[in-house]
Write a new protein. Structure first.
Length: 256
C-alpha cells in the first residue's frame, strides 16, 4: 500500500525458513517510497496461523489480509489484530495510534476507503478460507460505513452474506456480491440503488470472486466467469468465460 511517498506493508519478521506451526511476528512497517528507508513499525497481535491468518507462502495466507490495510494522505487505517479487531487510525509519518477504534468497526474482515467514507465488512468468525467451497448459509457478516474525518458511524446493514473480496466503492456508491446478487448501495446513506441476479456455477470456491468498480462499470469475476454491469442501471452488457488464472485467487488487473 502506498500513499504520499510512503510504502506500508504487513511483514512477518519470524525466521523465513520456518513456514509451518511457528509463531508469527507480524508488523505493520512503513518505509520511504524513494529510498526504502525504514520509518517505523507497529506490532500486530494474534496475527498468525492459529488465529486464522494463514502461514507459509502467499497462497496459504487468508485472502482478506490485503483488505486489512488502507492508507490515504497522512493517515493509515488498519486492524491491529487479525480477529476481534476494530479499525485503528495511525499517523502515517510516525506510526502513532491516533484512534484505537473507529465506531462500528469491531470484527472488521475487509475494508475500502472512498473519499472520507470507510466501508467495512464485519464478521463474527473467520471468513471462508481461500480454496474451500463457498457456502452462503455459513457466512454471517454485516456492512458498515463511517466518516473518517468526523469519526461518526453513518449506517449499517446486517446479515448481508457478502463473499470475501467482493467489496468495492467508487463515486458515491458501494457494491458487494452475496453469491446470488450484485448489490449497489448509496455510500453516504446505505440506501439501495439496485440489485441484480448473477448467474454463477452452482458451486464455487472462496477466493474465486473478485469485484472491480470503475465509474462506468462494475466487473465481477466468479469462478472463471466475468460479468460487466452498468454502475447506473445494472444491466449486464456482456459476460465472458475466463481461463484458470496463473495467479493467486483474489488478484485482478487490466491493461490500458
Amino acid at each position: 500500500m502506498t500513499s504520499d511517498g510512503r510504502i506500508f506493508t504487513i511483514f512477518d519478521e519470524a525466521p523465513s525458513g520456518v513456514v509451518e506451526n511457528g509463531p508469527g511476528q507480524c508488523r505493520l512497517v512503513a518505509r520511504d517510497g524513494f529510498n526504502g528507508k525504514w520509518l517505523w513499525k507497529v506490532p500486530l497481535q494474534k496475527w498468525d496461523g492459529k488465529y486464522g491468518a494463514g502461514e507459509g507462502n502467499r497462497l496459504n495466507i487468508h485472502q482478506t489480509l490485503p483488505r486489512r490495510l488502507v492508507a490515504k494522505g497522512d493517515r493509515v487505517y488498519m486492524t491491529l489484530q487479525f480477529m476481534n479487531s476494530p479499525v485503528s487510525v495511525l499517523d502515517a509519518a510516525t506510526g502513532k495510534v491516533l484512534t484505537k477504534s473507529l465506531p462500528g468497526t469491531m470484527n472488521t474482515d475487509e475494508m475500502v476507503l472512498s473519499g472520507d467514507i470507510l466501508t467495512v465488512i464485519t464478521t463474527k468468525a473467520v471468513s471462508p478460507v481461500m480454496g474451500k467451497p463457498f457456502i452462503a448459509e455459513t457466512v454471517n457478516n454485516n456492512i458498515v460505513a463511517g466518516n473518517v474525518k468526523t469519526g461518526k458511524k453513518l449506517w449499517e446493514h446486517k446479515d448481508i452474506d457478502a463473499t470475501p473480496y467482493s467489496l468495492a466503492a467508487i463515486q458515491g456508491q458501494v457494491l458487494y456480491f452475496n453469491a446470488r446478487e450484485l448489490v449497489c448501495l448509496d455510500l453516504a446513506t446505505g440506501a439501495e440503488h439496485w440489485r441484480t441476479p448473477v448467474a454463477t456455477k452452482p458451486k464455487f470456491k472462496s477466493g474465486e470472486v473478485v469485484l472491480v468498480a470503475t465509474p462506468e462499470l462494475a466487473l465481477l469475476h466468479v469462478a472463471q466467469q466475468v460479468n460487466a454491469f452498468s454502475m447506473s442501471t445494472a444491466p449486464r452488457p456482456w459476460n465472458q468465460h475466463s481461463q484458470p488464472p496463473l495467479r493467486p485467487p483474489g488478484a485482478s488487473w487490466h491493461d490500458t
